[in-house]
Design a protein around this ligand. Structure first.
Ligand code: IFM
Length: 451
């Protein structure tokens, strides 16, 4: 057994997202989001769950901060709800909405915790979806206006920002697979959405940079190292294309002004609605790259793939060699090492923040009210050990954020997957730190772990 220490100033954090924790879905002037509409439609979410109340963090954010303090954390990644600030997606800021985030930021600063907001974690104002949603390129302008207004309101106290959370997930799941809001199943809508999101990324970056020249601006990308499922050259090429679509479809436009080779016949620029000059507009020279990572992905060639990728991921999520979380995702700590090292070498050693990493584990309170979620402790220990190796091998990693602070609304799964360091008793929303939360708090206090 050895001791692994992290660099001085390393941020130990936890992450959440507005729709997953806030509740108060229609209070104080908040507008309807696509997730309000989707969950209220019925038949979309396990158990018919909704985020109407969720963890009630809109009212209980001080309890959330108390948990962060109890764990000695120095960074809190939360997201800002666009329809809470701009109920119809455009126009003047809703004073009560901005007041909520302003109080949250002030209390975090008073507790010595870095406020680390994401501007879009999937809750598009429904009014903008009614106008075409992300496939409509006008949404890019609306988004950049929203980011501009938000950084002007909070940027005197918030230095570090993320523009998007997991662009490749919300476009695929929302517009192609249809299992997330807004529930569309249309590959062309998906392709157009990806390009609008890239335009929005570039425009938001420039607006934010102009409003606050010293702000540090990144995005939280979902990433997973793509490994060929077999030994063939075809599988290796398929894995490379999958990497291009899943990992860098938003990063390459931002940093290099180009779309990577995800499709057999090249990027379908016409179907995506790419116009002259757009590949300059999508550029966003980010100050740091956020990586959300859970497991690896195995990929095999599929010459009959109607989507034009010539590839498919082989289920289950991850592979079959490692243990499984309660969600069935493979625990594969080396995925974090591989991904961080790949990004470090492909993009010239950028500053990296691990913006999400964690696992679903159903352990609940015992007779004494103690939650012994040992698999989660082992999960974080394994991934942190892999991360420390990447840092030792030259990666510039500034922080690690556990997903997630609280058990919360896990999208299509409702409340049945529990990812929290703290147990939430639904529906009274009482919070209890789990054994993993206490373990993580010690790691944060000591800036290190036992391996
Ligand atoms: O809950 C989600 C989060 O919103 C985005 N990243 C993955 C998490 C677990 O599925």
């Amino acid at each position: 057994m050895g001791r692994i220490l992290f660099p001085d100033g390393f941020h130990w954090g936890a992450a959440t997202a507005s729709y997953q924790i806030e509740g108060a879905w229609n209070e104080d002037g908040k507008g309807e989001s696509i997730w309000d509409r989707f969950t209220h439609t019925g038949g979309k979410i396990a158990n018919g769950d909704t985020g109407d109340v969720a963890c009630d963090s809109y009212h209980r954010y001080r309890d959330d901060i108390a948990l962060l303090r109890e764990m000695n954390l120095t960074s809190y990644r939360f997201s800002i709800s666009w329809p809470r600030l701009l109920p119809a997606g455009r126009g003047a800021l809703n004073a009560k909405g901005i007041d909520y985030y302003s109080r949250l930021v002030d209390e975090l600063l008073a507790a010595g915790i870095r406020p680390f907001p994401t501007l879009y974690h999937w809750d598009l104002p429904q009014a903008l979806e009614d106008a075409g949603g992300w496939p409509n390129r006008d949404t890019a302008g609306r988004f950049s206006d929203y980011t501009d207004a938000t950084i002007r309101a909070l940027g005197d106290r918030v230095d570090d920002w993320m523009i998007f959370n997991e662009p490749s997930i919300f476009t695929v799941m929302g517009y192609w697979a249809g299992i997330h809001a807004p529930g569309r199943r249309d590959q062309d809508a998906f392709l157009k959405a990806t390009h609008t999101v890239n335009l929005a990324h570039g425009e938001a970056f420039r607006a934010m940079r102009a409003a606050r020249p010293n702000a540090r601006i990144g995005t939280a990308f979902n990433m997973s190292p793509c490994e060929p499922a077999g030994d063939s050259e075809a599988d290796a090429a398929a894995a490379a294309r999958w990497h291009a679509l899943v990992n860098v479809w938003y990063l390459e436009p931002a940093l290099r002004g180009r779309y990577p080779d995800a499709f057999l016949d090249g990027p379908p620029l016409d179907r995506m609605g790419v116009r002259q000059g757009d590949l300059e507009r999508v550029r966003a020279p980010l100050d740091f790259l956020g990586i959300n990572l859970y497991t690896r992905t195995l990929v095999r060639a599929n010459p009959d793939d109607p989507a034009g990728l010539g590839a498919q991921a082989v289920g289950p999520v991850g592979g079959n060699e490692g243990p499984k979380t309660d969600f069935g995702w493979e625990v594969w700590p080396n995925a974090l090492y591989d991904m961080v090292m790949r990004i470090t070498s492909d993009y010239g050693r950028p500053a990296i923040e691990i913006t999400e990493n964690g696992c679903s584990c159903d352990a609940g309170p015992d007779a004494k009210g103690v939650v012994n979620d040992t698999p989660r402790i082992e999960f974080h220990r394994g991934y942190l050990e892999a991360l420390a190796r990447a840092i030792a091998d030259g990666a510039d990693v500034r922080g690690y954020h556990a997903w997630t602070l609280l058990d919360n609304f896990e999208w299509g799964e409702g409340y049945r997957q529990r990812f929290g360091l703290a147990w939430v008793n639904f529906p009274d929303t009482e919070r209890t730190l789990k054994a993993s939360g206490r373990w993580y708090g010690r790691a944060a206090a000591e800036n290190g772990i036992d391996s």
